[in-house]
Design a protein around this ligand. Structure first.
Ligand code: 3H9
Length: 701
């Protein structure tokens, strides 16, 4: 194996290079390599300064996340970084790419920092449920003002080199080739007689206002990072930096940093880190399957979805042609797109010139012939099988050979749609979520005949438009909406059993969902789900209570926010409990003779989530979802499921499958048994004391 750390000489300057592809993550071997290199340099009196650089596309992108599963092997971070900081000659970090986590901390332990102008510095540890544990909580506030340091660690957002220089983190931004620029900088330091400048010997900046600031940040994280353990732990460690001598502060950091990887929160977030990267690995599809080129895109339908999808492509610099049946729709659609971009301009996240560039990439037409040059055409009209079939038949006539035809349906049978074309192998589902230009998730639905390169192209397109593309097979609702069905069913049934909408939503939100499901219905439009259910009535349970509250609201014309009331009322736009709708649900429950159990918060959460998890197990058995972790990505990227709980399947594992099966069996006795039959896979895994994670490992063996 190539050496991960090597030392070269440029005269009196030693250049230490970390070379651990792909992102120079630090693991035991890199720490040992650094230890060996810096110990050797100490013993060499001819070395006057050390430049620390990285090979490849980036400076150290952090600790090797996999090492948290096994525990950090010796030598530890503090030990190695201390050795670097103790160097008797100046050590200059030369940073390019993204210095993240332990990478930024490594730079902080050096005496000086120079950065390529494109470099960025970040401490994203909280996004993994841990805290900077290589001295970052102690050193960062000694180099930049406390508030900026806290913001950087709480937000996890990387800071660009120029800003880092303003804040004191970077000593010089280098425009030219970094390595030689860093060596020149080292020589300048030597010429000026500058020696080591140890971060730990500096005072925390803004310590006088620390109490106030930390109190404000504690209040902030309690609100915005609810149910989390790592944010308060981060603030404890920073408080130690303010109050204690450096070495004692470091001990506080170490203790917390040792404990946090063992929490479910951190395990969940690390699980998602790898799950999000696994989604594009499709079993049986090797690197030999190449994506088709997508240089021009067509969209059918200038409505909300069509417009949002068009923006995704324009944002990625790909030209889009929107076709609609009516000029008025096109005009309205294009105007809405412009308005959305205008909002970004007003917010300051986009310039007028960028707005015009993006608008110039989007054109409208009434003629399907305008789609004849597109490499990918996405149909985004409303959910109606006959209409979609008509459109696909037309597309089949005008699309060029090899063009991919996608449908944005959220529920319909795409095999049936593909069958009207003479090119079913080029057809698949591309299910965007509303608003499409904002939401992270893209469900990629592989049909019976979709060819492998079409699937690979869709995954590639997802990356280009910065979406998380997850593959599902054809079934009603695919992964996301199918699992929402039992979730919503139980929420509505709880309402009929005497829980108020605010109690149901409150329980789910307190548990961690971004928004309660009934509030979501109000926002999306109550009638949407109702109409979908009406369209497939024969297939649904013959249960008069099934989604009855939504049906009642639709009958009343109380369709949610768009009509000013639904599960809630909205005086002055504020969501408020609605005594009238609550009374209506109570009367309906009486009519249907539904016992008033008044489920408490625990029961509400269990019923909604266990119903969803059980459906997830069915999806795995049926092969609709490729992996349990894919389901977790769908839910965290598209449905407001709390990342720190890892997604529904990870959450199920963390509760214990045996406990979930026991509860489902209990519900079969106390609630409607037709809904509470444990999925065979769930039952099997629970009986074996196994988990979805274990099942996934066996699957991929
Ligand atoms: C930390 O530093 C804690 C410290 O305070 C010390 C505490 C004691 N570890 O994302 P990509 C893999 S916490 C292991 O596709 P990109 C990744 O899985 C860490 N593996 O590339 C993938 O593998 P594969 C703080 C890692 O160009 C491959 O590298 N740091 C790590 O789109 C390429 O990754 C972070 O949280 C890692 N740290 O983006 C940074 N990083 O090819 C996490 C990457 O098998 N990393 N891999 O799928 C990132 O944000 C992005 O990877 C980065 C590159 C922006 C660097």
């Amino acid at each position: 194996m190539a050496e991960v750390v090597r030392t070269e000489r440029e005269g009196e300057i030693a250049v230490v290079t970390i070379d651990a592809p792909p992102v120079n993550a630090i693991n035991q071997a890199v720490r040992a390599g650094l230890q060996q290199a810096f110990a050797a340099l100490r013993a060499d009196p001819t070395v006057k300064a050390v430049v620390l650089v990285c090979a490849g596309k980036t400076f150290v992108a952090g600790a090797d996340i996999k090492e948290f599963d096994t525990g950090i092997g010796a030598p530890g971070y503090h030990e190695v970084y201390r050795l670097i900081e103790d160097s008797p000659v100046p050590v200059i970090a030369a940073v390019h790419g993204t210095a993240l986590g332990g990478g930024t901390e490594l730079a902080l332990a050096c005496h000086y920092r120079v950065a390529d102008k494109g470099a960025r510095f970040g401490l994203p540890e909280l996004s993994l449920g841990i805290i900077p544990g290589a001295g970052g909580t102690q050193r960062l506030p000694r180099l930049m003002p406390l508030e900026a340091a806290l913001d950087m660690m709480i937000s996890g957002k990387p800071t660009v080199a120029a800003k880092a220089a303003e804040q004191g983190l970077v000593d010089r931004v280098i425009d030219s080739e970094l390595r030689s620029g860093a060596i020149a900088y080292a020589r300048e330091l030597l010429a000026q007689g500058k020696g080591p400048r140890r971060t730990r010997e500096q005072a925390v900046q803004g310590a006088d206002k620390a109490a106030e600031l930390l109190a404000a940040k504690r209040a902030q994280v309690a609100k915005t990072m609810r149910n989390r353990v790592s944010p308060p732990a981060l603030l404890d460690a920073v408080e130690a930096a303010v109050k204690l001598p450096f070495d004692d502060g470091l001990k506080v950091e170490q203790a917390k940093s040792d404990e946090l990887p063992l929490t479910t929160e951190s395990k969940a977030l690390r699980h998602l880190f790898f799950a999000e990267r696994d989604v594009s690995r499709i079993p049986g599809l090797g690197k030999e399957v190449k994506p088709r080129n997508v240089a021009a895109v067509g969209i059918v339908g200038a409505g909300t979805m069509g417009g949002g999808i068009s923006m995704c492509f324009a944002n990625a610099g790909i030209p889009v042609t929107i076709v609609d049946a009516a000029q008025a729709n096109l005009d309205r659609g294009l105007a809405t797109i412009r308005k959305n971009y205008q909002r970004s301009v007003t917010r300051g996240s986009m310039s007028e010139a960028q707005l015009e560039q993006r608008m110039a990439l989007i054109s409208g037409s009434l003629d399907y012939a305008a789609l004849s040059t597109a490499d990918l055409i996405i149909e985004a009209v409303f959910e109606n099988m006959a209409l979609k079939k008509e459109i696909f038949a037309k597309l089949d006539k005008v699309a060029k050979p090899g063009a991919i035809l996608g449908t944005n349906t959220s529920t319909l049978d795409i095999d049936e749609i593909a069958a009207v074309t003479g090119r079913a192998s080029d057809v698949l589902g591309l299910h965007f979520f509303s608003p499409a230009n904002v939401m992270q998730l893209l469900e990629i639905v592989q049909c019976a005949k979709t060819s492998p390169d079409v699937l690979v192209t869709a995954l590639d397109v997802a990356k280009k438009i910065k979406k998380t593309g997850v593959v599902a097979k054809v079934c009603y609702g695919f992964i996301g909406n199918r699992m929402m069905d039992p979730y919503g069913r139980e929420a509505e049934r709880c309402v009929l059993e005497g829980a108020t909408p605010a109690e149901v939503d409150g329980a789910l939100e307190k548990w961690g969902m971004a928004m309660g499901i009934l509030a979501v219905y109000d926002m999306a439009g109550i009638d949407i789900g109702h109409l979908t259910r009406e369209a497939r009535k024969e297939l649904l349970p013959k249960d008069p209570s099934f989604y009855r509250p939504t049906a009642l609201l639709t009958e009343k014309g109380w369709l949610g926010q768009k009509t000013g009331r639904g599960y809630y009322t909205y005086p002055e736009g504020k969501r408020t409990p609605d005594a009238e709708s609550i009374a209506m649900f109570a009367a309906e429950a009486k009519r249907l003779a539904i016992p008033q159990r008044k489920p408490d918060a625990t029961e509400i959460v269990e019923r909604c989530l266990y119903g969803m998890i059980n459906e997830g197990a069915l999806l795995l058995e049926e092969g609709i979802a490729l992996r349990a972790s894919d389901i977790d990505v769908v839910y965290t990227a598209g449905y407001g499921f709390p990342r720190y709980r890892g997604g529904p399947m990870f959450y199920a594992d963390s509760v214990g499958l045996a406990k979930i099966v026991a509860r489902i069996e209990e519900f079969a006795k106390t609630l409607d048994p037709q809904y509470w039959q444990p999925a065979p896979l769930l039952k099997k895994l629970a009986a074996a004391g196994s988990s979805f994670a274990e099942y996934q490992k066996q699957q991929t063996k």
